[in-house]
Design a protein around this ligand. Structure first.
Ligand code: ADP
Ligand code: MG
Length: 633
């Protein structure tokens, strides 16, 4: 079975096996799936939805599907706990109803899209720093207030927030008043929604969003504008909610706020969670369950909330990755990919091969240094009198250090708790500090993204890879080239986006080859060993050709062979001109790779010089031994 699947490779009919000439994300055949879905729905209409009653349900399903896909982008993909999708549906519904009376459905729709964009951009900006639980509460509050406003605004939403006689959708002057006519129009909206969604799925946005959701700080430290991207997806998802509400009103010709209550809010969660929160296609299944299941259980109609709740509960327990995740597991079982097969055999062997799309030679030379070093030019990295206080305790106390030359490796040593990691966090703009950090003589704005843009890359003390992404995607997140990685690239400038993507793949693959992980380019990074995760982080760090690579105890948790391998790699990188600031404990390791060493104790610099000088300094020995003495005493 395994061999068969492998031999078929990309040659399954209709490319169902995926196109091996593209990286994994782009192998998914979304267009094909979308076409198959739409044709299936269209063809099955006379069979499954022969009468108005069943067609009514089908229409409701498709309308909810649009809102559900919007919710998928903000909640499933971006990981924002937004509870306001039902409110957005209400905004879309009532705004469209209001304007449609005079000017028709389409004007109403355009106005409601504009209103929701403005409203949610403002709201999203206000809440851009608010995370998870608090974001959920804030959006819930917005929904309550919003619905309350609608209920007390009769001139806009009608008495008791009830609007009758909402004009139906019109196309070329034709009123689509029957269920059948509405069905085709709604299917058209679904096709558009799916296209916009697929364009996002097949763009750098998918990997960036998942990275930010998995590990926000590491994503920012890789140079991503996390807030900006999450805001855009939040607004996009909200607009889909408004469109869904607009269609709902025009289709029913009646609107009350009852529809937009807690049942629908929970229903939206069911759609995304049961369907699988990382799959656009899961929402189709999820929304079908939400709409059709309670109807199948007519007798239980009054227990609808209970049924939703039970589905949600059991779904989460039994299928943590939703229906789509279940499908994925089955596929892995019966049609394993190359890396899955290899993992079963011990993870080596035939995998050495480079991806077919990779044009590079395998191992890339490290990019030459950015500019000539001369004594007069400013240091690559200069830390001046930096202090960090945590509630009165000085974790870092007026530390200064410099990295002057390309290819220099500065070691930072000191007992546990001496402030090494905190100093790195200050340099990277992750914690507030007093003092100055200069990169090439310029003060960097204090945020990880700007520090990254200035030319600092970072690997963390515990490896911060993005577990949902493949190794190649992990490295791609660190690409310095961010042209067309947003909605413009996804929706409008796709040819340019593809051109830049190909260049990015090439560079990322070269970085993977550099650290010896090219063979794992399609492997999800969560399956890597600890040592490989560290190498992957380094690949992500060097792909942007940084001025300085900052490493926090890179050899921690590695065995002897892995440590030697890492030292070889760092040495090679330094010879190639990469400047490194490395926190380390292992004496051999430090002696081997560092030109200079700075020792910290209780946040203060206690010694500085060559590795030999620093280890021999009495205050350093005392700092280490003193600690041990206390521990043993
Ligand atoms: P090292 O990396 O040298 O082992 P750290 O920089 O992690 O040391 O920690 C230095 C000191 O700062 C320790 O006393 C630690 O408890 C404290 N510290 C680190 N991070 C925080 C934080 N987020 N809040 C409060 N104290 C912290
Ligand atoms: Mg530390």
């Amino acid at each position: 079975m395994v061999d068969l699947a492998r031999r078929l490779g990309g040659r399954l009919p209709f490319g169902l096996g995926g196109d091996p000439n593209l990286p994994l994300t782009y192998q998914r055949r979304h267009y094909l799936t979308a076409a198959a879905f739409v044709v299936a729905v269209a063809l099955s209409m006379p069979v499954f939805f022969p009468d108005d009653a069943s067609l009514h349900l089908a229409n409701l399903w498709l309308i909810y599907l649009i809102a559900g896909i919007g919710f998928y982008f903000m909640f499933g993909l971006a990981g924002r706990f937004a509870f306001c999708q039902t409110f957005l549906m209400a905004v879309g519904g009532y705004t469209t109803a209001y304007f449609a009376v005079q000017r028709g459905f389409w004007v109403g729709l355009v106005v409601s899209i504009a209103v929701s964009v403005v409203l949610m951009t403002v709201f999203g900006l206000l809440l851009r720093r608010v995370e998870e639980f608090y974001f959920a509460i804030a959006t819930l509050a917005l929904t309550n207030i919003g619905i309350e406003v609608l209920q007390n605004w009769p001139s806009f939403a009608g008495a008791n927030a009830t609007r009758f006689d909402i004009p139906p959708i019109t196309i070329l002057g034709q009123r689509l008043a029957t269920e059948m006519a509405a069905f085709w129009a709604i299917l058209g909206f679904v096709v558009l929604t799916l296209l916009l969604g697929i364009f996002i799925e097949r763009s750098p946005i998918r990997r960036q969003t998942l990275a930010a959701r998995d590990r926000r700080i590491a994503a920012e430290m890789s140079g991503m504008n996390v807030q900006g991207l999450q805001l855009r997806l939040f607004v996009f998802g909200s607009v889909l909610g408004a469109v869904s509400g607009a269609i709902l009103g025009a289709w029913q010709s009646v609107l009350t706020t009852d529809v937009f209550g807690i049942d629908l809010a929970v229903g939206l969660f069911v759609m995304v969670i049961i369907g699988g929160s990382e799959s656009l296609w899961g929402v189709i299944i999820g929304s079908a369950i939400v709409v059709f299941l309670p109807n199948q259980l007519q007798a239980l109609q009054e227990y609808q909330s209970l049924i939703y709740g039970a589905i949600l509960l059991f779904g989460v327990i039994l299928m943590p990755r939703g229906v789509a995740g279940l499908g994925d597991s089955l596929r892995t079982r019966f049609f394993p990919r190359r890396w899955e097969v290899a993992a079963g055999r011990g993870g080596d062997g035939s995998l050495e091969s480079a991806p077919p799309w990779f044009k590079g030679s395998g191992v890339a030379p490290v990019e030459p240094a950015h500019g000539p070093d001369d004594e007069a030019s400013s240091p690559l990295l200069e830390v001046r009198e930096v202090s960090v206080a945590f509630g009165g305790v000085l974790a870092v106390d007026r530390v200064s250090l410099q990295l002057r030359k390309h290819g220099e490796v500065l070691g930072l040593i000191g007992p546990n708790g001496s402030g090494k990691t905190t100093l790195l966090n200050a340099i990277c703009g992750i914690v507030p500090y007093s003092g100055t950090v200069l990169v090439r003589g310029r003060v960097t704005p204090r945020s990880p993204r700007h520090v990254s843009a200035a030319g600092i890359s970072r690997a963390f003390q515990s490896p911060q890879v993005f577990p949902s992404l493949t190794c190649l995607e992990n490295v791609l997140v660190g690409s310095a080239d961010r042209e067309f990685t947003g909605l413009t690239g996804a929706w409008i400038a796709r040819p340019q986006m593809w051109r830049h993507e190909r260049a990015r793949w090439e560079k990322a693959a070269a970085a993977l080859a550099r650290v010896g992980l090219l063979r794992y380019h399609e492997t999800p990074s969560r399956l890597l060993t600890y040592g490989h995760q560290r190498l992957l982080e380094i690949a992500r760090g060097i792909v942007s050709d940084p001025e300085v690579l900052v490493l926090d105890e890179p050899s921690a948790g590695l065995n002897k062979a892995e440590t030697d391998n890492l030292a070889d790699l760092l040495e090679e990188l330094a010879v190639g001109g990469l400047t490194i600031l490395v926190v380390e404990h292992k004496i051999d390791f430090v002696d081997r790779i560092c030109n200079r060493v700075v020792a910290l104790e209780a946040g203060r610099v206690i010694a500085e010089g060559t590795p030999g000088e620093v280890w021999r300094a009495p205050q350093v020995a005392e700092a280490y031994l003193g600690r041990r003495g206390i521990a043993e005493g």
